[in-house]
Design a protein around this ligand. Structure first.
Ligand code: A2P
Ligand code: MG
Ligand code: MG
Ligand code: MG
Length: 353
C-alpha cells in the first residue's frame, strides 16, 4: 500500500513532538513570545517544529516543508534557545527502533535553529510538500484547553497523508463530546489520541504512547439521522470564526444543542471519530487567509472518515495555492449525506447579511 513509510514517520514524529509539548503544557512559564501578527508562540511550538522537521529531513530529504514557525527571533534570544534545546534533547520515544526510524538526534542549537527554519517552503501546486503546525491552537495550549500537533503530506496539491496528535482529547472514540472538552484540557494518564489518514485508505485513531505506536482502529463519522440533533464544533476564539454566523446557521438547521467550542484541529478529529457531527468556521475578517497547516491533516482525516469538507461557498479546500488557502473562505465540514443541507443553510445565512 502506498504512503506506508510516510504515515509511520509522520505518526512517530508527531507522537514524539507531543511528548515535548505535554511537558511545556504543565509548566507555568511557557516562554511565550508575541509574533508580528500578535499571535503567541511558545518554546513548545519551536521545539515541536524542530523535532518534526528533523525527522522529515532524515527520511525524505528531497521533500519541501511548510512550517508555521521560523527562528529569527530566537537567534537573538539565547536564553529561550537554551530552554528549547533542553526540551528537544529530552524528547525521546521509549523505543529504540522508533527513535532510529526517526533518525539521529539534532546535535547542536545551531542545527536546531536550522531545522526550524527549514519550514520555509512557499508551498504550491507541484511536488511533495509537508504542512506542519507544531502546536495548533497555541491560545488553547496557553489557556489550558485543547491543542493539536499537525502534519500532512501534500503531493501536487492533494493531501495524501494527515496526522493529528491531540494530547488532551479522550482516547475513546465513542465517548460523546463533553460540553467542556475545550475548557479543561488535561493530559492525565489515559488521555491523548493520534488521528491519521492516508488518501483512499481510510482514517484511524490510536492512543498516544511514549514509545512505539499502539494498535489503531478505524474511525468513521456518525450518521446524522436528524440534523436537529447534531452537535457542531467551533473555535473558542471569536476572532477566528464568527460565533454569530455559526449560531444563525445552527438555528436555521433547527439545531438546539449548544455548540462545543475547542481550539485547534481537534475539531476535525472529533467529528471524524463521530464524537461531534459538524465543524463550522465562518470568516470574521475579509482579509485573513487561512493557512494550509491549519487544515490539511484535518481535511483528509474527515474526508477519509466519510465526511465532506468545503469552504463556505462549497469549494473544496485548495492546498495548491502556497502557504495559505488563498482561494477559500471559511470551512464547512459534515458527513457526506448532510453536507449539502448544511451548506445551503450557510449560504442562506451569509447571503442575507
Ligand atoms: N483572524 C483569524 N481568522 C481565522 N483564524 C485565525 C485568525 N487568526 C489566527 N487564526 C488561526 O486559527 C487557528 C486556530 O483556530 P481555532 O481558534 O479554531 O483553534 C490558529 O492556527 C490561528 O493561528 P495562530 O496559530 O497563528 O494562532
Ligand atoms: Mg494553527
Ligand atoms: Mg501553530
Ligand atoms: Mg500560531
Amino acid at each position: 500500500m502506498p504512503y506506508q513509510k510516510e504515515l509511520k514517520v509522520a505518526e512517530l514524529a508527531v507522537q514524539r513532538a507531543t511528548l515535548l509539548t505535554k511537558q511545556v503544557f504543565h509548566e507555568k512559564a511557557k516562554g511565550t513570545l508575541s509574533k508580528d501578527d500578535k499571535s503567541p508562540v511558545t518554546i513548545g511550538d519551536f521545539g515541536a517544529q524542530a523535532l518534526i522537521i528533523q525527522a522529515i529531513r532524515h527520511n525524505f530529504p528531497q521533500d519541501e516543508i511548510v512550517g508555521e514557525e521560523e527562528a529569527s527571533t530566537l537567534r537573538q534570544n539565547k536564553d529561550l534557545t537554551k530552554q528549547i534545546w533542553s526540551l528537544v534533547e529530552g524528547a525521546r520515544l521509549d523505543d529504540a527502533e522508533a527513535e532510529s526510524e526517526l533518525g539521529g538526534p539534532l546535535e547542536s542549537t545551531e542545527q536546531m535553529l536550522q531545522a526550524i527554519d527549514a519550514g520555509n517552503s512557499g508551498g504550491g501546486a507541484k511536488g511533495r510538500i509537508w504542512a506542519l503546525d507544531p502546536i495548533d491552537g497555541t491560545k488553547g495550549f496557553l489557556r489550558g484547553g485543547q491543542y493539536a500537533v499537525c502534519l500532512a503530506l501534500i503531493e501536487d496539491g492533494d493531501v495524501k497523508v494527515g496526522v493529528l496528535g491531540c494530547p488532551n482529547l479522550p482516547v475513546d472514540d465513542s465517548a460523546p463530546l463533553a460540553a467542556d472538552v475545550g475548557e479543561h484540557g488535561t493530559d492525565e494518564e489515559g488521555k491523548g489520541v493520534l488521528f491519521a489518514a492516508v488518501q483512499g485508505q481510510g482514517a484511524t485513531s490510536r492512543p498516544l504512547s511514549r514509545g512505539s505506536l499502539k494498535p489503531s482502529q478505524s474511525i468513521n463519522m456518525k450518521p446524522v439521522k436528524d440534523i436537529t440533533d447534531a452537535t457542531f464544533c467551533e473555535s473558542v476564539e471569536a476572532g477566528h470564526s464568527s460565533h454569530a454566523d455559526q449560531a444563525a446557521i445552527a438555528k436555521k438547521l433547527g439545531i438546539t444543542r449548544t455548540s462545543v467550542r475547542m481550539d485547534s484541529q481537534a475539531k476535525y478529529g472529533s467529528i471524524a471519530r463521530g464524537a461531534g457531527d459538524l465543524y463550522l468556521r465562518l470568516p470574521v475578517s475579509k482579509t485573513y487567509q487561512e493557512k494550509i497547516w491549519d487544515h490539511a491533516a484535518g481535511d483528509l482525516i474527515v474526508r477519509e472518515a466519510g465526511g465532506q469538507v468545503t469552504d463556505a461557498e462549497g469549494k473544496r479546500l485548495d492546498f495548491s495555492k502556497g502557504r495559505t488557502l488563498a482561494e477559500n473562505k471559511g470551512v464547512v465540514a459534515a458527513p457526506k449525506a448532510v453536507h449539502e443541507q448544511v451548506l445551503t443553510a450557510v449560504m442562506e445565512v451569509l447571503g442575507s447579511k
